[in-house]
Write a protein that binds this ligand. Structure first.
Ligand code: SF4
Length: 279
């Protein structure tokens, strides 16, 4: 997807180069004939155009009419851009109204969903660094998704883009919208925990990140409550005080030493998914 501002020639080049989608705001492309050239090329190539309104691109008059955090400003700005494309009989449109304010984004997407039927690309812009941005994106994007809105999404982090994809997948999984890969369910630990559960859970998550088969894996800190609390998982382990158990759907299926736990779980995941795990 190519993100183009001001330069209609770059939009044409992006379409020619085979991009799947381009993002332009027709209002900043300039003369009508330039926008027409872009919509014409996009139509011929069957390339959708995303209108992307964000905090930095709100028109002056809307900023005077509304507060800069007002969702009405975002929704109105987007529909204004949509009208330009519709006037040119171009309707292969996707819209985004990303604010850095989660409440503004939430309501702006809701307003837009009531105003049109175009697909909505959702996100929280300038969300921040890895941890802060992941939390902010999860709250904002998650809330929007849970109300049934959103067709594509982007997590924007000040971090290696690999994390953006990981966090996006985790948000989809947490919203029950993606059934792919291993979901590690691990307990928060308590006074009963007699095992280094944090390292164990992190190690299992890291080693199984590449797996595509949907699987819920529980990593629990004790054999007393572990099996019950892991009942929702397909496979799980619990351990402490030198001992360990392997749990399937809440039932204990094998007993072992604590040292064997990780290997036993990874072996089981391999055999259930048919996918290899690097040790
Ligand atoms: S599984 Fe055991 S260690 Fe973990 S929170 Fe429950 S009781 Fe505590």
């Amino acid at each position: 997807m190519a993100d183009i501002h001001f330069q209609y020639k770059l939009a044409l080049k992006a379409i020619e180069a085979g991009f799947d989608k381009i993002r332009i705001n027709p209002g900043n492309i300039g003369a009508e004939w330039k926008v027409r050239e872009v919509t014409g090329a996009a139509k011929d190539a069957e390339v959708p155009i995303r209108i992307g309104v964000n905090s930095g691109s709100l028109p002056k008059d809307l900023l005077e009419k509304y507060d800069h955090d007002d969702p009405h400003a975002f929704a109105e700005a987007a529909m204004r851009e949509v009208a330009i494309l519709e006037d040119m009989s171009f309707e292969n449109i996707v819209i985004s109204v990303k604010s850095t304010n989660t409440q503004t984004a939430f309501w702006a997407y809701h307003m837009l969903a009531g105003m049109c039927d175009y697909p909505l690309h959702i996100g929280i812009t300038e969300a921040g660094t890895l941890q802060t941005g992941s939390i902010k994106s999860s709250v904002g994007i998650g809330a929007i998704l849970l109300t049934g809105i959103g067709d594509t999404l982007r997590v924007s982090l000040t971090a290696d883009p690999v994390h953006e994809v990981r966090v996006a997948k985790q948000i989809l999984t947490a919203c029950n919208l993606q059934q792919e890969g291993v979901e590690v369910i691990s307990c928060p630990t308590c006074g009963r925990c007699q095992i280094d559960l944090i390292s164990l859970a992190e190690s299992i998550e890291e080693k199984t990140r590449h797996i595509k088969t949907p699987l819920k894996v529980a990593v629990m800190g004790c054999a007393v409550n572990g099996p019950g609390e892991a009942a929702a998982a397909d496979i799980g382990i619990a351990g402490g005080e030198g001992k360990g158990i392997l749990i399937k759907k809440g039932e204990i299926v094998r007993r072992m030493t604590e040292a064997e736990l990780e290997t036993a779980l990874l072996d089981e995941i391999e055999s259930m998914t048919g996918e290899k795990i690097k040790r």
